[in-house]
Structures are given as structure tokens and as C-alpha cells.
Design a protein around this ligand. Structure first.
Ligand code: BG6
Length: 498
């Protein structure tokens, strides 16, 4: 019997991420016919639940992305029948052994491939890995473990976590997820750069004046204050999501599209080359290049929005930043002197993630000379809007039609909703599918993680030691003004302010 099965165990099945992202993504993969013929999904968590209760819980989160899709209800029923629940402690070898027994029954003697998704808090991570990996060692197929951030709080704790994980798993079994790498427009970044002639020749300090990576959310930490207060926005968003985008944006052309070639370009000192790759060419972030903020309560239209510290799980005197702006630099021939500005915040005026590439002025621009156009307004800007309402647009100068000569800044616009009728898959769908297929390109390697931490660890320690007080900004605002001063110090303006 050489047929194989895949068992997917979601450890932490009753958590937020499992409900909001993991089960719906698995269903979407099932709906699209991307899951193998023989598969079983297990939810694992501490609470007591029957299979029927788990199915009921999961069913509430499933959607067929486009309404009225064919057989959606039928497909959901089929999918739910493949979902089971096992209640156990995260540190109990015995409980995982019971799971192993159940999985074996489903596998029915076929080659067993097992994927564990650890969607649990980091303090119970290692115990669960230990138990999950021993339970899985009895199978003869592959065993892979997807782990979610936070991967530590700084270089030291991250290294300890890596070391502990390696006691139980090989690096090729560990899939460190950064879901931003699964986003459609982040994936597209390399296509844009490496399969069009017109961008790559301009992709350097010679033509680019600044690169901005902007993340904003229009809601606060809502219910996640306990987790968030221990980490803060720099660890939650910058050190991973924004830095990964930066690495893909700024890296040199990889040798090929293979996972190791791409990941080498992002981080590694290639054994045969003296070329220092992009993350290792970066200077650790300095305190003077960071602005931090925290949201305070704000009343608008009769509604009072809470302060960060109004959350019961957050200490009243917390200095944890819910907003940060930072300027990072890559000391290599391509990027020397170009500020990479990052901005990330919660409880701001909108929800958005975008990359803004600001080009230099046209030297000796005839039109500026004649019409005195505002130099800053007249430079080109390429915007890659990762979400929502995905788009890529290029701001260009254009003549306003008519007998006169007036210039206008307009957009060459690739708006996904107009161009493509297909729905964009959720990041977790792509990443889960890749993990099932053993494709590692979009997952974070341990040396990459080390490099990422080394950029942020010193400044995080300094912020905490010196108890730097965040600039308070009203819930729903554009964030602290300090972010403007930071950009101005490098002679740029944030592109998202219009
Ligand atoms: C997570 C952060 O990694 O990303 C959250 O922990 C944040 O704080 C989330 O809300 C944002 O993801 P997305 O896909 O909704 O932009």
C-alpha cells in the first residue's frame, strides 16, 4: 500500500487564529481541490469538546468567499466530516500519544504525513513541539511543524527557542510562518522587479530617494492586550512583516526561484561568495531613528474609543508602543544612504499596508523651472498597496488637457478588482498549501530570524531600559507628529499623507 495520507493537527484549535484563519484556509484549500485525497484534520486544545462541537465551532467561521458559489454548502459538510477533535494538555506526552493512536486509525496503514500547526502561546511552545514530534515519529512519511511568531522577544530568547526546537526537529521540518509573505502583492514583488524591464534598472540609490513600508490598523489591541503588552508594535509588525517585505524589496537578484536561493539572497553569507546579503548589510536601528507612540482614548461622534491602557489585561502604566516609525539603512552599493522608513500602528485612522517608492527629482526639470512646480509634489512615486483593495500604481506628471500648460500628478493604475475577476486567496491558504507540499520559499529560516532580531534587539533594550515614554495619539488619528519629524530629518515626507 503506497498511498499516503496527510493529517493536519491544529494545536490551539479553540484560539482566535485557528478560528479566524487556519480552519477557513483549510476549507478554502479543500474547496479548490488542493488537499490530497486522504486527509484528516484534528483540532487539539485543552478544553473538552466533542467532534460535533468542534464542527459546529468551525462551521461558523467557514465562508465561500464569493457568495452563492456552487455546492458550497455540500462542500462544507464534506469538509466538516473530515474534522475531529482531541482534548489534551500541551505538555502531555500521554495526551499526544492518544492523538497519535487516533491519527493512525484514520491513516489506515497508509504512509502517514503529518503537519502540526502550533497556534499556541510561546511559553508552551517547546513542550508542545516535544510532545507533537515524539507522537509523530512513529509515522513513516514526513512530519512538519508550522510555528507562529512571536519567535522570542529579542536575539537571546529567539536563539534559545531555536536551540530548543532543534532538539526535537530538524530545520527542514520547521516552518516559521510570517503570513505577510503569503500575501498576493508581497509575492508579486519579485515578479514586478525581476520580470519587467522598466523597474529593476531604477531600483537603487541612483534613482530612489526613499522607500516607505506602512502598516496601519483602524482598531486597537482588542482582547489581545495581554499578548501585545509583552511585545509591542516593533516586535509585532516591524521585526517580521515589514522587515520581510523590505528584504524582498531590496535583495539582489536571486540565482533562481528555489527556496534556498531566495533565502540566501535575503540573509546568508553565501559560502562561495563574499557578497554580504541584504539583511546582513543593514545597520541595527538606532534610538534616534525611532519614534514610538501609544493610543489614548478619543471621543468622536458621541462614541468614546478606549485608550490602550483601558484594556484590563494591560497595566495602567504600560509604556508599550502601539505605534512606531523608524528609519533603517542598508549599507551596500545599491542602497547606501537611502532611508527605508517604516511606520506601523494600531488604532489609526485607516487600515492599510503599502510600500511606497519615492523616486528622485528629475535633474534640471524644464517644467519645474518654467512653472515653479513644487519639487516634492512632482516626483514619481510607485505605490504597491498590499491591502485592502490591492493595487499597484505609479504617480506620474501629466499635462492637464487643454490649450494651456498645466501639470497634474496622475496615476498609472493597476487596480486588482478591475483587472482580475478572481478572488485573492488569503495568505494562510498559500502558506498552508506550501507547507503541505514542502515548499519552503515563503517560510523564515533560522539564520534569517537571527539577522532580523539583531537589527531590532539593541533599540528594544534601550527603549525598555530608559523607559522611553511614547507619544500619545488619539484613537483613530494619523499617529504621533514625531513620525513627520523623523521623515523630515531625512528630507522626505510620508507618501500616505497625500
Ligand atoms: C499579526 C499581528 O501578525 O498581523 C496582529 O500579530 C495584526 O497584531 C495582524 O493585527 C495583521 O495581519 P493582517 O493580515 O490582518 O494585515
Amino acid at each position: 500500500e503506497n498511498e499516503s495520507t496527510v493529517s493536519i493537527t491544529v494545536v490551539g484549535a479553540s484560539g482566535d487564529l485557528a478560528k479566524k484563519k487556519i480552519f477557513p484556509a483549510l476549507f478554502a484549500l479543500y474547496y479548490e481541490g488542493c488537499l490530497p485525497e486522504h486527509f484528516t484534520i484534528y483540532g487539539y486544545a485543552r478544553s473538552k469538546m466533542t467532534d460535533a462541537e468542534l464542527r459546529n465551532m468551525v462551521s461558523k467561521t467557514l465562508t465561500c468567499r464569493i457568495d452563492k458559489r456552487e455546492n458550497c454548502g455540500e462542500k462544507m459538510d464534506e469538509f466538516l466530516k473530515r474534522c475531529f477533535y482531541h482534548s489534551g494538555q500541551y505538555d502531555s506526552g500521554e495526551n499526544f500519544a492518544q492523538l497519535d493512536k487516533k491519527l493512525k486509525e484514520h491513516e489506515g496503514g497508509r504512509v502517514s504525513n503529518r503537519l502540526f500547526y502550533l497556534s499556541i502561546p510561546p511559553n508552551i511552545f517547546i513542550d508542545a513541539v516535544k510532545c507533537a514530534s515524539t507522537a509523530a515519529s512513529s509515522g513513516i512519511g514526513w512530519t512538519r511543524v508550522i510555528v507562529e511568531k512571536p519567535f522570542g522577544r529579542d536575539s537571546e530568547s529567539s536563539a534559545a527557542l531555536t536551540k530548543a526546537l532543534k532538539q526535537y526537529l530538524n530545520e527542514d521540518q520547521i516552518f516559521r510562518i510570517d503570513h505577510y509573505l503569503g500575501k498576493e502583492l508581497v509575492e508579486n514583488l519579485s515578479v514586478l522587479r525581476f520580470s519587467n524591464l522598466i523597474f529593476e534598472p531604477l531600483w537603487s540609490r541612483q534613482f530612489i530617494r526613499s522607500v516607505q513600508l506602512i502598516f496601519s490598523e483602524d482598531f486597537g489591541t482588542e482582547g489581545r492586550g495581554g499578548y501585545f503588552d509583552h511585545y509591542g508594535i516593533i516586535r509585532d509588525i516591524m521585526q517580521n512583516h515589514l522587515l520581510q517585505i523590505l528584504a524582498l524589496f531590496a535583495m539582489e537578484t536571486p540565482v533562481s526561484l528555489d527556496a534556498e536561493d531566495i533565502r540566501n539572497e535575503k540573509v546568508n553569507l553565501c559560502e562561495l561568495s563574499t557578497e554580504v546579503k541584504v539583511l546582513r548589510s543593514m545597520r541595527p536601528l538606532r534610538l534616534e531613528d525611532v519614534v514610538i507612540g501609544q493610543y489614548k482614548s478619543h471621543t468622536k461622534g458621541g462614541v468614546t474609543y478606549p485608550a490602550y491602557t483601558d484594556d484590563n489585561t494591560v497595566p495602567k502604566d504600560s509604556l508599550t508602543p502601539t505605534f512606531a516609525a523608524a528609519a533603517l539603512f542598508i549599507d551596500n552599493a545599491r542602497w547606501d544612504g537611502v532611508p527605508f522608513l517604516m511606520k506601523a500602528g494600531k488604532a489609526l485612522h485607516n487600515k492599510r499596508a503599502e510600500i511606497r517608492v519615492q523616486f528622485r527629482h528629475v535633474p534640471g526639470n524644464l517644467y519645474n523651472r518654467k512653472f515653479g512646480t513644487d519639487l516634492d509634489q512632482a516626483t514619481n512615486e510607485l505605490v504597491i498597496r498590499v491591502q485592502p483593495d490591492e493595487a499597484i500604481y505609479l504617480k506620474i506628471n501629466n499635462k492637464v488637457p487643454g490649450l494651456g500648460m498645466r501639470l497634474d500628478r496622475s496615476n498609472l493604475n493597476l487596480h486588482y478588482a478591475d483587472r482580475y475577476s478572481k478572488e485573492i486567496p488569503d495568505a494562510y491558504e498559500r502558506l498552508l498549501l506550501d507547507a503541505i507540499e514542502g515548499e519552503r520559499r515563503l517560510f523564515i529560516r533560522s539564520d534569517e530570524l537571527d539577522a532580523a532580531w539583531s537589527l531590532f534587539t539593541p533599540v528594544l533594550a534601550e527603549l525598555e531600559e530608559k523607559k522611553i515614554i511614547p507619544e500619545y495619539y488619539p484613537y483613530g488619528s494619523r499617529g504621533p507628529v514625531g513620525a513627520h519629524y523623523l521623515a523630515a530629518r531625512y528630507n522626505v515626507r510620508w507618501g500616505d499623507l497625500g
